[in-house]
Ligand binder design. Sequence first.
Ligand code: ADP
Length: 483
Amino acid sequence: MKLNDLSLFRQACPIAGNWIEAKDHQATTIRNPATGEVLGAVPDLGATETEEAIRAAVIAQKLWAKKTAGERATILKAWHRLMIENIDDLAMILTLEQGKPLVEAKGEIAYGASFIEWFAEEARRINGETIPGHQQDKRILVLRQPAGVVAAITPWNFPNAMVTRKVGPALAAGCAVVLKPAPQTPFSAIALAVLAERAGLPPGLLNIVTGDAAAIGGALTASPAIRVLTFTGSTRTGELLYRQCAPSIKKLGLELGGNAPFIVFDDADLDAAVEGAIIAKFRNNGQTCVCANRLYVQDGVYEAFAAKLAAAVEKLTVGNGLDQNVVLGPLIDENAVLKVEAHIRDAVANGAEVISGGNRHSLGGNFFEPTVLRNVDDSMQLAREETFGPVAPLFRFRDESDVIEQANDTEFGLASYFYARELSRVFRVAEALEYGMVGVNTGLISTAEAPFGGVKMSGLGREGSRHGIDEYTELKYVCLGGL
Ligand code: ADP
């Protein structure tokens, strides 16, 4: 592996400040999804190690919570600086285990680091309130205190940023974390922990447990010491964890699946809409929960948009993310390819037409051609399920009320996008879409400054912005009497 600093690639998990090495343990090998090559191994840990991590976190959290916000911020800022200084190595590790092109991986590291910086700044602003007393001798104070120990479970599509978006606010608030990264992409999370240690984060505050998901998840959710569970992943697993957290009444942050509509109205700037669609649909090869899943195009511009999009898609280069000019890497695994194939097969069997791509890529393995389908309708599987791959299905609509109805006709409510120029329409549509996030005339909406999250089956809570710290704090009201 070509890294400037080989110590960032660590095949070990930090628990209670000790590193449990894969070589001393039963271990799982991790493969590069572009080549199938073995990258390394991580230890197979389970309930015992998770409980050990929780015990360490409980002790570490008490001391951490006593530090001033400024002291916590100084360590977070040092961590942020180290992430930026090591951006090339972190991006290389990310591309090797996840597959996304190196340029995109660097973008993710910068984005991931921005959450650490943002929440380092927010640490100083976890302000309480004073409320006018309800009786003459009374004063009311509201404190915002750390919630305690946090369990974080993260997915493989953003192996760096989904970690920082949770760990950043948790640490800023004075919490400690036990993190279970996705089994496909543990090395990015581990590299972050190496840098956190280097930044001076005390032992026991960021523990990582790799291994049996159900055993680790079971131990995390069963523990009364864990006060917050923050999860990003599928709705199926989110629902399971929600249930498992019920007996101990944990606070929950859930970022689950989406089924994002991307709407092109006839007054849209079509070239801008194509550019936005490429970003919203094909970023990370379609493997993000905010990726456009259904593209609705108004009658009058349907043919023109379809032709322009197909032409733009033909230009997207597929290949190993380490190669120059590659825009689309491999899908994460064979199952992902099978799902894409099944959705295309179902659509075509029900009358859709492939106007670009449609097949496995000639590179073989997990590579798939970027695909555009026309004549898609809501009878097809891809209208209801997230494809999580490089397929752009073009639905047709008549007018505003028709498309709002179609766009909202899903159990999900994470991201949505639309392109239009008329101002009153922009407000009407933005307000009518039942989604946590709306991109208007843009295909890229995620940023540390904004509250990311969904409604309906897409989850609970928000990440990023000043709201992103709420899950990690508890309000305490102090009533002062006899004054
Ligand atoms: P995907 O199918 O895309 O991998 P998941 O929701 O299964 O989506 O995975 C997201 C994260 O949830 C991963 O870290 C995965 O290991 C974890 N996970 C899956 N099942 C469980 C479980 N039963 N308990 C705890 N974590 C789980």
